[in-house]
Ligand binder design. Structure first.
Ligand SMILES: [Zn+2]
Length: 384
């Protein structure tokens, strides 16, 4: 904790910006921003802080509220109340209890399970306090709905999962015009689903339907619950070199990356969990003792071969519409591609950090073209 003399501070609370121009003295941490991300089964509130904080929190059922008291923290205003448009949270209030003590109350529509954790500064992000308010019943309902799709799938029908990368706190790569990877991949993903749905023998689903974060391990897990026949993760590449252009395709590697560049890319994509704020659930990483390792290896081998076959074909189809960065697919250790029994691949749809590629990615025409190509390749993959 230290003493800070701030000359101008921009405080933006859920889109409302206030510029304080008078110099004033601040003790300890300052809350500089509050963000809310709405997911189908939870709401996430993120507080940006200038320093790490001590906090205490508790839930109450009547009325349903979640309280967090932060010590050694300052607010600019005595009290702040904001109405929120979210399925679970109706209002957020911030108030100063006494000097250096700030209380946050999240007013809920119903009792929810709360999970609070802090995140350290990373890249442009400062210290953050994250509050997830989870509707466990809704979470279960969605999981059951995925399993129902798997159980009621008719013979000959294929299930395809399209995974728009990043989301919420994790914007992904950012273009020179501030276009965010998370927004482009969602738009293209929705279009791929639209084109796939024209085929009656294909059922297609998105892992992420809005601007919120899903931990990387959760994405292949969702695909397995759906009983998916194919998993495609959508991304746009990013580079410090503004000249870098073109699309590329990646498959999982169990034995090291194709080369250093592929390894760096996988490391960067795997960082998504840190940026997006994944809650570490140790169970998700542990091996299931009931699964036969030999059988698992066989499945993985088989699904990887199928991934390679699809990757080659999709690369050929993408080549017809845009620049291709490498003549063949590449391999690295991507967390999101680790479903042992589902052919999975990751598409980097050109470079958002290149001016011309960014312009293309923003255009509806190019988004449709690339989505149509991916959908057509998927159909060909199932019915060569
Ligand atoms: Zn990405």
């Amino acid at each position: 904790m230290g003493t800070y003399l701030l000359k101008t501070v921009s405080l933006s609370l859920l889109g409302i910006s206030i510029l304080l121009s008078q110099p004033f003295l601040v003790l300890g941490a300052v809350i500089t921003d509050v963000r809310l991300w709405s997911a189908p089964d939870h709401a996430r509130v993120v507080l940006d802080l200038t320093e790490p904080v001590q906090y205490e929190s508790f839930s109450q059922d009547k009325p349903p509220e979640f309280h967090v008291v932060l010590t050694g923290t300052s607010l600019y205003t005595k009290k702040r109340a904001l109405e929120i448009n979210d399925p679970f949270v109706t209002k957020l209030t911030l108030s100063e209890l006494e000097k250096g003590k700030v209380k946050l109350i999240l007013h809920q529509k119903k009792p929810l399970t709360a999970n609070v954790f802090t995140l350290k500064p990373y890249q442009e992000k400062s210290f953050r306090l994250v509050i997830d308010l989870v509707d466990a019943a809704q979470e279960k309902k969605e999981q059951e709905e995925r399993q129902r799709q798997k159980e009621t799938k008719s013979k000959g029908t294929k299930i395809v999962i399209i995974d728009p990368g990043h989301g919420g706190e994790d914007p992904g790569a950012i273009g020179p015009k501030k276009t965010m990877e998370k927004d482009i991949v969602l738009k293209v993903g929705e279009k791929v689903i639209h084109f796939l749905k024209q085929d009656k023998e294909i059922q297609a689903f998105l892992t992420r339907k809005g601007d919120y974060f899903i931990p990387l391990e959760e994405r292949p897990k969702m695909a397995r619950e759906f009983g998916a026949d194919l998993f495609v993760s959508l991304h746009t590449d990013g580079s410090f070199n503004p000249q870098a252009r073109g699309s590329s395709i990646y498959c999982l590697s169990l034995s090291g990356a194709t080369d250093q560049a592929a390894k760096i890319l996988a490391d960067k994509e795997n960082m998504s969990n840190i940026l997006g704020g994944a809650v570490l659930r140790p169970a998700a990483f542990a091996k299931d003792p009931n699964l036969n390792q030999i059988l698992l290896d066989l499945m993985q081998n088989n699904s990887m071969k199928e991934s390679f076959r699809f990757a080659e074909m999709l690369l050929g189809d993408l080549k017809a519409i845009h620049i291709i960065k490498y003549p063949s697919y590449r391999q690295a250790n991507f967390i999101v591609l680790k479903a042992p029994d589902i052919p999975s691949l990751l598409v980097e749809m050109s470079y958002i950090t290149n001016k011309e590629d960014e312009r293309l990615l923003n255009s509806n025409e190019f988004q449709e073209k690339i989505a149509k190509t991916i959908a057509a390749s998927i159909r060909k993959h199932f019915r060569p």
